[in-house]
Design a protein around this ligand. Structure first.
Ligand code: FES
Ligand code: FES
Length: 164
């Protein structure tokens, strides 16, 4: 073991990891470079754009702002956890059907924030959806189709309250 490395145990997409990690490695770097889960994107790398968003213990976090060693004992979910047996999740399918992406750079982060947003929610409005999406920078879509896709998903779930 490298004298600088630290032993860490955490769950990553339902896999138990027991690893030795350089304390300077961010969660984003660990996910992409050590685990090869490249669906999570590196954008600004200082907490602004939201491209690197993953879930830690069910909460959406910016993985560029966390060190991987901080994850000890926690549960991490990345965009790769959403599809099952090569079948898109309902949220992903709505993004696909409503063209909620162009280059896709921002998409993984948005999907993970929305995953947290929709879990256990009994109702949501367009205003709430817009507020959530305002935390993610998208340089190509103009957001219209992202909002349409998200509303379509909320309607599918039977929880959309129209406040427009
Ligand atoms: S890459 Fe983490 S917020 Fe932009
Ligand atoms: S789809 Fe290109 S940055 Fe959002």
């Amino acid at each position: 073991m490298d004298s600088c490395s630290t032993k860490v145990m955490f769950m990553l997409n339902d896999r138990k990891l027991n690893v030795e990690i350089d304390p300077r490695i961010t969660l984003l770097e660990f996910i992409r470079n050590h685990e090869n889960l490249t669906g999570t994107h590196a954008g600004c790398e200082h907490g602004v754009c939201g491209a690197c968003t993953v879930l830690v213990d069910g909460k959406a976090v910016r993985s560029c702002l966390l060190f991987a060693v901080q994850l000890n004992g926690q549960n991490v979910e990345t965009v790769e956890s959403l599809a099952e047996n090569n079948t898109l999740s309902d949220l992903q399918r709505n993004f696909w059907e409503y063209h909620g992406l162009q280059c896709g750079f921002c998409t993984a982060g948005i999907l993970m924030s929305l995953t947290e947003f929709f879990r256990g929610r009994s109702e949501c409005t367009e205003t709430e959806i817009r507020e959530l999406l305002s935390g993610h920078l998208c340089r190509c879509t103009g957001y219209t189709n992202i909002i349409r896709a998200t509303i379509a998903h909320a309607r599918d779930q039977g929880i959309f309250c129209d406040d427009s």
